[in-house]
Ligand binder design. Structure first.
Ligand SMILES: C[S@@+](CC[C@H](N)C(=O)[O-])C[C@H]1O[C@@H](n2cnc3c(N)ncnc32)[C@H](O)[C@@H]1O
Length: 216
């Protein structure tokens, strides 16, 4: 794809050269041993990040930089740290206490990153903390019922907001054909969202689908 056709990266995300290879990067404190250049830009490893893979694969995420973000499935902060580097207020939900301890450390270097030890299946438990009219809902929970979680959390999104979601087929059903799993997930999502784009992330993450959608 020529440069003219490539989707624009959000402000605060750049392609820079690390060890002779051009890679996505954001500017901030390092988190997971990623290389950092002399200007303080750190490589964003798409092999460890579904959102990074969606950007590398040139999906039209609609991200421009500076948006408010609700991130579900933050784990220890690999991807959400990059998001907080270029976004505005970033609420990071994770229900496993161990990774949240690391996530709190990541947030110490980022005053716009707010870790929440909460279950994404129960949005009412954090509705009093997360502002409404969020610009972007990012989801990477890799658990059964991924579409249900997206539908339940639709309430936080602005009408012109975006859902950026990674679906792991094996989390829904280890034996099913991934394409059948993705069809079921998309069917359920369509009760609350209009699907704008889908793309397999297999170059970076086997049997994962990237989805861009907006509230219906
Ligand atoms: C694939 S990992 C996320 C990796 C992370 N997004 C990244 O790129 O750095 C999925 C995470 O979702 C979390 N998770 C699964 N179900 C959840 C739920 N219902 N509520 C909150 N977190 C959940 C898991 O504990 C796990 O840490």
């Amino acid at each position: 794809m020529s440069d003219e056709q490539a989707e624009e990266l959000p402000a605060g995300v750049e392609r820079r050269t690390f060890d002779g290879r051009e890679r996505l990067s954001t500017r901030g404190e390092p988190v997971y041993g990623e290389p950092v250049d002399s200007d303080g830009w750190r490589a964003w490893d798409a092999g460890r990040s579904k959102l990074g893979a969606m950007l590398e694969l040139d999906m039209d995420t609609g991200l421009v930089g500076g948006e408010t973000v609700l991130y579900l499935g933050a784990a220890s902060g690999t991807t959400v740290s990059h998001v907080a580097d270029f976004a505005g207020p970033t609420y990071a939900v994770e229900f496993a206490p161990r990774p949240v301890r690391d996530l709190v450390g990541v947030a110490e270097d980022r005053d716009n990153l707010f870790p929440l030890l909460k279950d994404a299946r129960d949005p009412e438990s954090y509705a009093h903390v997360v502002e409404s009219g969020i610009d972007c809902l990012v989801m990477d929970v890799a658990t059964r019922g991924q579409a249900t979680v997206a539908v339940r959390n639709r309430q936080f999104l602005a009408d012109d907001g975006r859902l950026l979601m990674a679906v792991k087929a094996r989390s829904e059903d280890v034996t099913a054909d991934p394409d059948d799993v993705f069809d079921d997930v998309l069917d359920e999502l369509e009760s609350a969202y209009e699907i704008l784009e889908t793309g397999r992330l297999d170059r970076f993450h086997a049997d994962h689908l990237g989805i861009v959608a907006r509230p219906e």
